[in-house]
Design a protein around this ligand. Structure first.
Ligand code: ADP
Ligand code: MG
Length: 328
């Protein structure tokens, strides 16, 4: 499959001097479900805005849907659908009216447009509330209407900027299912950004991890996790003064790799974690160090992020809003 997006050396510097994206390069194959995973402020929205012609890049060569970003921005806009982080809905208009407005902006009219509107309302399961003002929709319903709007002109390439941030679990899972359907059944290429590890893991077949405007890892979620070298062994050591000593001891244990600090403890990886754990405890106790907590788990994308950046993303995920009012 050819690349539908190619990005070489993209940089974006805002007028105030903020370097939001620094010299990133990647490609997205046609039909791919591609993801950008990174915490708040990593540069995800800036990258999407540059790629979708909404923001001027500072440097780099970009082609989207076969068109050069500098030479053919209009053609790019016609070929892509964009779901931005901020809603683009008019809250005074009904769901149907919002879609009609979007459709007209995309030069669709008459029966073709009306049929498309009904098809999309059905896809995102809003046909029953299509005549109610979007202002009365819940957050999840608005996102679904946003998604329908982005699809009105049947784009083959869809950009989604944090489509489920702030949504409750149920709405999030519903969005995931629509997106999987669009990608698998309709062959739409998807570029999605997220700060949710679980979302990236479930949806994205190819993933780039972004932090401080730079790509820190690329691969499939399983490749990225496998590169850590086995299961994650997490030790909590209450006495922070003992942690660096404990790390030194762990380095002498064969089979342990990628030993690093992790919020109040140490994390390391091992293929035979179950067997190695006795060695770890024995070696630490010989130096008078007793971990207060010890666990073995399969590596997650958070471990990948920790390994590359020294920080976890997970805290963002835990603080997310879990409930939202249903207004309809
Ligand atoms: P993300 O979408 O990953 O949360 P953004 O692309 O929004 O990250 O932001 C990347 C960086 O650029 C952040 O440091 C942010 O504060 C900064 N930034 C975003 N928009 C602007 C702007 N209009 N002017 C100056 N700095 C900005
Ligand atoms: Mg953003």
């Amino acid at each position: 499959m050819p690349d539908i997006i190619t990005v070489e050396g993209l940089s974006v510097v805002y007028p105030d001097g903020t370097k939001a994206v620094s010299d990133i390069s990647f490609g997205v194959k046609e039909g791919e479900f591609f993801g950008f995973l990174g915490p708040n402020g990593a540069g995800k929205s800036t990258t999407i805005k540059a790629l979708t012609t909404l923001l001027r890049k500072t440097a780099g060569k970009v082609s989207v849907a076969g068109y050069d970003l500098d030479r053919s921005p209009r053609e790019i806009r016609r070929s892509i659908g964009v779901l931005s982080q901020e809603t683009s809905l008019d809250v005074d208009l009904t769901g149907r009216e919002n879609l009609r407005l979007q459709g007209r902006l995309q030069q669709l009219h008459g029966k073709i447009l009306e049929e498309r509107i009904e098809e999309l309302l059905k896809l995102v399961q809003l046909e029953d509330v299509g005549n109610k003002p979007a202002g009365r929709y819940s957050g999840g319903m608005r996102k679904r209407l946003d998604l329908a709007s982005a699809l009105i002109h049947e784009p083959k390439l869809l950009f989604l900027d944090e489509p489920t941030t702030g949504l409750d679990t149920q709405s999030r899972v519903a969005i995931w299912e629509y997106l999987e359907g669009l990608n698998k059944k309709q062959g739409i290429t998807i570029f999605l950004t997220t700060q949710y590890l679980e979302e990236a893991d479930r949806l994205c077949r190819q993933l780039s991890v972004i932090d401080h405007g730079q790509l820190v890892a690329n691969g499939t979620p399983s490749e990225l996790k496998a590169a850590l070298g086995g299961d994650a062994i997490t030790l909590t050591i209450e006495d922070s003064g003992l942690r660096s000593r404990a790390k030194e001891i762990l380095k002498t244990i064969q089979g342990l790799t990628n030993i690093s600090d992790s919020e109040g403890g140490i994390v390391a990886y091992a293929k035979n974690a179950g067997e190695i754990i006795a060695d770890i405890v024995t070696a630490l106790q010989a130096s008078g160090i007793r971990p207060s907590f010890l666990s073995i788990s399969s590596p997650t994308l958070d471990d990948v992020f920790l390994r590359q950046t020294g920080r976890r993303i997970r805290s963002d995920e835990l603080s997310r809003r879990e409930t939202e009012p249903f207004l309809v």
